[in-house]
Design a protein around this ligand. Sequence first.
Ligand code: ZN
Length: 243
Amino acid sequence: MKNSSFINIKRIIYTILAFVTILCVLYCVQWEEDIKCKIGIRTQLEKQGAGEYAYILLDEMKYFPVYPDNTGKADCYFEDGYGTGRTYGGERKHEGIDIMSSVNKPSCLKIRSVSDGIVEKKGWLELGGYRLGIRSSSGIYYYYAHLDHYKDGIKEGTYIHAGEVIGYMGNTGYGPEGTKGQFDVHLHFGIYIDKAGSETSINPYHLLNYLSKKRKGIKHGNKTLERNVRTLPSGSRRTCGKI
Ligand SMILES: [Zn+2]
C-alpha cells in the first residue's frame, strides 16, 4: 500500500516537472522570437537614421492602432507601402502605412492610440481628411488619418492613454472638408521623429508587424497574429498610397 502511494507521488512529481519544463521551453522560444523582432526593428530604424529611437518606440507603443472587432465582422490588414509614390496634390512619397478594413464601410472599426500622449492636432487636412496627431512624452508624433469621425470628447490638449479609442476608421480626405469615398476605408498611420530639428517620418511597418504579432490571437501559419490583423495581399485594395 505504502509502495503504491510512493509510486503515485513520484508520477505526480514527474508530471509536474515535465509540465514546467515544457512551459520553460515555450517561454524561451517566445522570448528568443521577441528579441529577434526587436533587433530587426532596430536594424530597420538604423537604416533610416533613427536607430536611437528603437527602444523608445518599443517601450511607448503598446497597442496596434486598430481595435480588434470581436464580432468578427471586419478584419484589417496591411502591407509595407511606405515610400511608394503618390500623385494627389503633386508628386510625393507615402509617409505612413495604410491599414485596410475588409469591410469597406466607414466606422466599421475603432481606432485606438498606440501610446500615451497629448492630442496636438485635430481637424481637417486636405490630404489626411479628419486626422489626429498625438505627441508622446518622448516627443514622437503619431499621426492617424482619414478618420470617419472622432470619439466624443477628444480635443486638442486632451491626454490620451495607450489603447484608448480615439476615433473610427473612415475614407475622408483628398478634397475640401467633408470629402469622403475617394479611396477605400482605411487608417493611414504615421510616425514622425525629430531629425536635426525637423520633423521627419519613419517607416512604421516593422513596429506595426511587431505589435500585431505580440498580442494574443489566432494562429496563422507558424506565426501568432492578433485577431483581425493579417498581411495585405499585394495590390488588392485601393489605398491613399496609390492615388
Ligand atoms: Zn496612406
